[in-house]
Design a protein around this ligand. Structure first.
Ligand SMILES: Nc1ncnc2c1ncn2[C@@H]1O[C@H](COP(=O)(O)OP(=O)(O)OP(=O)(O)O)[C@@H](O)[C@H]1O
Length: 769
């Protein structure tokens, strides 16, 4: 890749003015092409509108066949219009100029399929002609003769745009990134894949402009939302994006290697590849709502939205939303798989409520019958003997109660004829079950439990202590119970709620019938894009609500999932294929082995394909080098990814002078002056609130974040406040500090207090050699 970026341009030696005129000419060449594309798009829009109009007319004919055909056509045309009317910021972003291929076969998109050049494509004197030029964009467009004007970035013919390198160029001679806004081409950047050739296009030497699109993309200021990287996906990333969907695709890579970007592009690719299969939905699990907000614009920018749900791990359970944080030790207890046993006991134990009746009295066949506390306890014990979900055991408990009452009535002994006895028994059951006393008793004695009910009961330290005996220590019991008494849920409570829902089960209820859409009956259409009446977002939300399982599950920052969270996510992908991306060196979970076990259980025995991403596109070398000192402490022997660029700006070290607040505020203000984009101030979790106050009035380009909230995010510049405080926060503190130090794309300031033991240059203890 570095070699790619350093390719010398063929026009480097010409004077600037000539260079500019070559660039201008090339821009106008691309402008002409973009104009053709838009003219064609307009034709297609007219076509689609005509189709809709025509179809509406046909409706008057009135035969059922014509009506069905009309509906299908209206639907198709609507889908088409929907796509075409989307004005993308850079509809067209790439171009490749290719040598003649080995054979003359063409694919469905009208491009030649050969990957390698034909025998005589390069002449002995190293000259060659460009035989095919492909433009790459967000969706494919064919001209009236079915020749490709634009190839969809996910089509096989577009793969060389991402895969080709000077080492393995295939047919690609020149790879060009086109920058455009709306209908205007703003610039072009080229990479030469075969610098040894003198290639000509239409009889003229092939010009090469600029020094690499990747560097241009990386140099841009960051906003509060992530951008897609379609124009500059690198070869090692492209392998992951286009990996076959079967089984589990596991991706590891250090900070800034593009794992999140790759995961999002993979979702778009999978949908393009097999829209029907992924009509079952793709779930992307993200660690925080902040990262969801940061990334959720990427898929719509790639033309995909409807089938993909991006959810924070704390929002996976409908009707519950994590708003609280647990202390590290409480989190450790709640997230560990030890909690599973506690929850199983609690779900059964919660049936025994303090206000539950301790005696059952009914009247049957004119006699009073009664069951005492000890007998009731016995019935409960045998009802709970099974492993079925607790709420589903209620009918069994009811049946056992009736058995006990029947026994008590002594009627069985009085009738020896089995047929008569059976008849009598069934009228006994009917009698008793209709009785208000019995019904009231059952509701109070075996209530239908919900997950929040059980969690609320676990807030009682005494009862929790009983259920957690020999599983949690008394300190853990106290902390967990106390945390459950707060208003609201923490992210770890959500996994417990989900587990409880599975343990409790929900009794069968009549399903809400979905309104019948006449178009649903037209086979093969339902997985296409929706018509206008329902926006893609609304559809996504509706599908997300209706769905409990997905066809593909993508887990971002997978190193952070606790065992309980793996169980929760696993339940949503029991029949799914998976993409799991993460970095063990950034894990904030203290027991990676336990989590790995739970992960393996969630992923099952499906075969796995492993990929490693090795290049850090976010941090300049100066910041990456500093962060690697913490990596060496956090995970001795781990390899840091290599930074793709260097800025010459070294991290700054500041020591708290007058006061922490003043120092941090001054450093943040100074960074705001130096960068155009965003500034993130990362502090230990317990300082989140005060840090927000420190920054008041500095504007919305700066944000304060707790260390755990910084996960996955990035800023032009960051201030990391007291490395020692962050490192001491939890057993995984050093890895959390590593995350904090790797968020900046340009500048990093480290502020140290006394606890950091800074040296004369202000460098804190943890960051010294
Ligand atoms: N091929 C690329 N072209 C342009 N930008 C890229 C490319 N790959 C990654 N980036 C940029 O690098 C930054 C880091 O990417 P991303 O957040 O996906 O990395 P990550 O591996 O998930 O990082 P972390 O583990 O630290 O969260 C983003 O700004 C992303 O847009």
């Amino acid at each position: 890749m570095a070699a790619q970026a350093q390719q010398k341009s063929a026009v480097d030696s010409v004077p600037d003015t000539a260079h500019d005129s070559v660039r201008d000419r090339e821009i106008s060449v691309e402008q002409e092409h973009l104009d053709r594309v838009y003219r064609r798009l307009e034709e297609k829009i007219h076509e689609a509108e005509f189709l809709m109009h025509d179809a509406a007319q046909r409706g008057h004919v009135g035969t059922p066949g014509a009506l069905a055909e009309r509906d299908a056509q209206v639907f198709r045309a609507g889908v088409h219009l929907n796509r075409l009317n989307n004005e993308f910021e850079d509809f067209l972003f790439g171009r490749i100029d290719l040598l003649l291929g080995r054979d003359g076969k063409k694919g469905p998109d009208g491009a030649y399929t050969a990957v390698e050049p034909a025998e005589g494509a390069v002449r002995p004197d190293r000259t060659a002609d460009i035989a095919e030029t492909l433009h790459i964009g967000r969706i494919g467009v064919l001209d009236a003769d079915y020749a490709p004007l634009v190839i969809d970035w996910r089509a096989p013919a577009a793969a060389p745009f991402y895969r080709s390198t000077p080492v393995a160029p295939g047919r690609v001679v020149r790879r060009r990134v086109i920058r455009s806004k709306g209908r205007r081409v703003l610039g072009v950047e080229d990479d030469l894949m075969r610098p040894e050739l003198r290639a000509s296009l239409d009889g003229r030497e092939l010009p090469v402009i600029g020094d690499g699109a990747l560097m241009a993309a990386l140099g841009q200021a960051r906003g509060h939302t992530m951008r897609d990287i379609v124009a500059s996906i690198q070869a090692e990333q492209d392998l992951v994006i286009r990996a076959p969907a079967a089984s589990v695709t596991q991706v590891e890579g250090g900070p800034g290697t593009g794992k999140t970007a790759v995961a999002l592009h993979r979702a778009a690719y999978l949908l393009y590849q097999d829209r029907r299969r992924y009509a079952g939905g793709i779930l992307i699990v993200s660690p925080t709502p902040l990262l969801v907000a940061y990334t959720e614009g990427v898929l719509p920018s790639l033309g995909e939205e409807g089938q993909v749900a991006i959810r924070a791990i704390g929002s996976l359970v409908d009707g519950a939303e994590a708003t609280l944080y647990d202390s590290p030790s409480t989190a450790r207890a709640k997230g560990s798989s030890r909690m599973l046993k506690v929850l199983r006991r609690a779900a059964r134990g919660a049936l025994e409520r303090q206000d539950a009746p301790d005696r059952l009295r009914v009247v049957a066949f004119g006699r009073r019958l009664e069951l005492e506390a000890a007998e009731l306890a016995e019935v409960r014990r045998s009802a709970l003997g099974g492993t079925a979900p607790v709420n589903l055991l209620r009918p069994r408990a009811r049946k056992l109660l009736l058995d006990a009452l029947w026994e008590r009535s002594g009627a069985a002994a009085r009738h020896t004829d089995p047929e008569l006895a059976a008849e009598l028994r069934s009228s006994f059951d009917e009698d008793v079950s209709d009785e208000d006393a019995f019904l009231g008793f059952l509701d109070a004695w075996w209530p239908e439990l919900t997950a929040p009910d059980v969690l609320a009961v676990m807030a009682d330290e005494r009862r929790l202590g009983r259920w957690a005996r020999r599983i949690l220590n008394p300190g853990e019991v106290r902390r967990v119970a106390r945390s459950l008494r707060r208003e609201g849920h923490s992210v770890h409570d959500i996994a417990m709620l989900d587990e409880l829902q599975a343990i409790l089960g929900s009794p069968a209820r009549p399903r809400r019938k979905r309104e019948l859409d006449p178009l649903d009956q037209l086979t093969g259409l339902e997985e296409l894009m929706p018509v206008r009446e329902e926006s893609q977002r609304e559809r996504a939300e509706r599908l997300a609500q209706e769905r409990t399982e997905y066809a593909h599950v993508i887990v971002d920052e997978s190193q952070d999932l606790t065992p309980m969270q793996w169980r929760m996510v696993g339940r949503r992908g029991r029949h799914a294929t998976w993409t799991v991306v993460g970095d063990p060196a950034q894990s904030s979970w203290s027991d990676p082995d336990e989590a790995a076990e739970a992960r393996d259980e969630a992923l099952g025995t499906r075969p796995r394909r492993r990929f490693q991403l090795t290049v850090n596109y976010r941090n300049p070398a100066e910041i990456a080098e500093l962060a690697s000192k913490v990596l060496a402490l956090a995970m001795p022997g781990a390899q840091a990814p290599s930074a793709v660029r260097s800025t010459g700006v070294r991290p700054r070290f500041a020591v708290v002078g007058d006061g922490l607040a003043e120092t941090v505020r001054a450093e943040a203000a100074s960074l705001l002056e130096q960068v155009d984009g965003t500034v993130g101030v990362v502090v230990a979790m317990n300082r989140r609130e005060e840090a927000r106050r420190w920054l008041a009035g500095l504007g919305d380009r700066v944000v304060a974040l707790g260390s755990l909230e910084a996960k996955g995010l990035e800023y032009d510049a960051t201030v990391v406040v007291s490395p020692a405080e962050i490192a001491d926060e939890s057993p995984a503190g050093l890895r959390v500090l590593y995350v904090a130090l790797t968020r900046a794309t340009r500048q990093l300031t480290v502020v140290s207090g006394g606890r950091d033991e800074p040296d004369a240059a202000g460098v804190p203890d943890l960051l010294r050699d």
